[in-house]
Design a protein. Structure first.
Length: 151
C-alpha cells in the first residue's frame, strides 16, 4: 500500500482526530496538584467554565495554576474567629501562623465577599488558600475554569 492510497483510505479519520484534538485543546487542559492539599492529584480543567460553590476551581496566582475548592462566592459572609475561618457559618479551615519553612503567614481579613471575588480553600492544614492575605480572595480574572478530579 502506498502513502497516497493509505491517506485516501484513512485521511478523513486523521482529519477528524486532528479536529478533535484542536477542539479539546481550545476547551480543556490537564492540571496536576503537586501538593497534598487535596485528595486528588490529576485534574481535567474545563477552561472558561465557572464552577459553583463546593466544586473544584482552577485559578492562576503568581504564575502557577492552583486547584482548590470554591468555598465562597460574591455576597457570602467570611467570618474569622482568631485564626479559624468560616464561610456563611461553615468552618473552612484554620490559618497557620507560620509556613512549613518557618515564614510568618498573615491571615486574611473577614467580611462580605465582593462582586468578582471568590474564597477558595482546601481541607489540608498546609493549603495556601484564601485564609491567607496572599493570595486572599481570588479575582474572577484569575479563574481558569472548573476542575474535575480524575485521580
Amino acid at each position: 500500500m502506498t502513502l497516497a492510497s493509505h491517506l485516501r483510505r484513512w485521511g478523513i479519520a486523521y482529519l477528524a482526530i486532528l479536529i478533535a484534538a484542536v477542539l479539546f485543546k481550545m476547551n480543556f487542559v490537564f492540571g496536576i496538584n503537586s501538593s497534598a492539599s487535596l485528595p486528588h492529584r490529576f485534574f481535567l480543567i474545563h477552561k472558561g467554565k465557572q464552577p459553583a460553590r463546593g466544586q473544584y476551581v482552577a485559578f492562576r496566582w503568581n504564575g502557577t495554576t492552583f486547584v482548590k475548592i470554591l468555598a465562597g462566592v460574591p455576597g457570602d459572609s467570611v467570618m474569622r474567629k482568631e485564626r479559624d475561618f468560616f464561610v456563611n457559618g461553615e468552618f473552612v479551615g484554620t490559618a497557620k501562623t507560620h509556613g512549613r519553612a518557618g515564614a510568618s503567614l498573615e491571615a486574611a481579613a473577614a467580611g462580605v465577599i465582593p462582586l468578582g471575588r471568590y474564597f477558595v480553600a482546601a481541607p489540608h492544614p498546609d493549603s495556601l488558600d484564601s485564609r491567607y492575605a496572599p493570595p486572599g480572595l481570588i479575582a474572577q480574572s484569575q479563574i481558569v475554569g472548573r476542575a474535575y478530579a480524575l485521580f
